[in-house]
Design a protein around this ligand. Structure first.
Ligand SMILES: [Zn+2]
Ligand SMILES: [Zn+2]
Ligand SMILES: [Zn+2]
Ligand SMILES: [Zn+2]
Length: 334
């Protein structure tokens, strides 16, 4: 576009002027054949129409355009230019390369953007500040937001539909997997391992528990209790596909053989204290609910070891325990 000749202080050599815009060369480029120089912007715009030099009409292709000589760059570099907002009070005088940046941020530029100090915090062009009305602008902004709500609602409804579709696909997939597990022993083994792993990962996030009175165990919970356990499982992040399985294991009918009757439990009472037990969030379950995971209890005898895990509900007598901190390294070693 060229620097405004009228703003340059002192004499400007004629060869530093762009033949197209007649101002001082900005980002000058020259033709490698005829050596005429132009602003980059001016000549590129020109060449969209014609592929000839605007001065002598010789051939000019984009490939012929090269940066101008060092001599010419030095001559341009010595020029000083005034700010175009001198009339508004700017006294700045600067080399050409600083000009564009200065003008964009010049405090005397009426279009420079400033922050409203009356409280709305909006950024407003300086020359509009006197007409600026915080309440009006904020009301406008509020209206824009209100107008955007129906679209956001549509988007949300769309996402919910997609989610529903995905859920149905997932259920179908789980059904297929269940069928495969029922018919293919290899897949059954892999599936069982993955389930144990998923349960252990979840279990590690639950606090350890210690049961003081096994006599307060509820071995045949009713429906409201089961619902409470379900909420506890859900809230503690139990893997969804294992929730029902675990939930079915809160009744003595589904417990390992050594726990299925009161007599058996009395017989094994001395061993029950060896269980590693974990506590479901008691604020949700109300009564203390303890999870005994197979993965935690590999040390138990087979007739007391759950396959995946069991849940036991107690009237009371369960404490949350904090594991002992790991022992410090041997002092001889240090
Ligand atoms: Zn020009
Ligand atoms: Zn030329
Ligand atoms: Zn200025
Ligand atoms: Zn304001």
């Amino acid at each position: 576009m060229g620097y405004d000749l009228a703003l340059i202080v002192g004499h400007v050599d004629e060869e530093l002027l762009c033949p197209i815009c007649a101002d001082v060369l900005e980002e000058p480029m020259q033709s490698s054949s005829c050596e005429h120089a132009f602003c980059r912007y001016c000549i590129e715009k020109w060449m969209q129409e014609k592929q000839i030099c605007p001065v002598d009409r010789s051939d000019l292709m984009p490939i012929h355009l090269v940066p101008v000589s060092r001599l010419m760059r030095n001559m341009l570099g010595r020029l000083k230019i005034k700010c175009c907002f001198a009339e508004n009070g700017c006294t700045a005088l600067m080399p050409l390369e600083e000009y564009r940046n200065h003008v964009a941020n010049c405090q005397n530029n009426p279009k420079v953007v400033v922050m409203c100090t009356k409280g709305c915090g909006m950024r407003v062009p300086k020359d509009e500040l006197s007409r600026h009305n915080c309440v009006f602008e904020l009301r406008q902004q509020l209206q824009d937001h209100i107008n955007a709500i129906p679209e956001l609602r549509d988007m949300q409804a769309h996402q919910e539909r997609r989610l529903g579709e995905h859920r149905r696909e997932l259920e179908l997939l789980q059904y297929y997997i269940a069928t495969l597990r029922a018919t293919n022993p290899v897949i059954r083994t892999v599936g069982d391992q993955l389930d144990r792993y998923a349960l252990m990962r979840w279990g590690r996030g639950l606090p350890l528990a210690s049961v003081r009175t096994w006599g307060s165990l509820i071995s045949t919970p009713d429906m409201p209790m089961r619902l409470m356990v379900r909420e506890g499982l859900r809230a503690s992040g139990c893997p969804m596909h294992l929730m029902e399985i675990l939930l079915d294991c809160c009744h003595e009918d589904s417990w390992p053989e050594g726990l299925t009757t009161l007599e058996m439990r009395r017989m094994n009472l001395h061993r029950l204290a060896q269980y590693v037990t974990r506590l479901l969030p008691i604020v949700i379950t109300g009564k203390p609910c303890v999870v005994i995971l197979g993965g935690d209890n590999a040390h138990m005898p087979e007739n007391l070891r759950p396959v995946l895990g069991v849940i036991m509900i107690f009237v009371d007598g369960v404490d949350e325990t904090h594991p002992e901190p790991a022992p410090l390294p041997d002092s001889d070693y240090l």
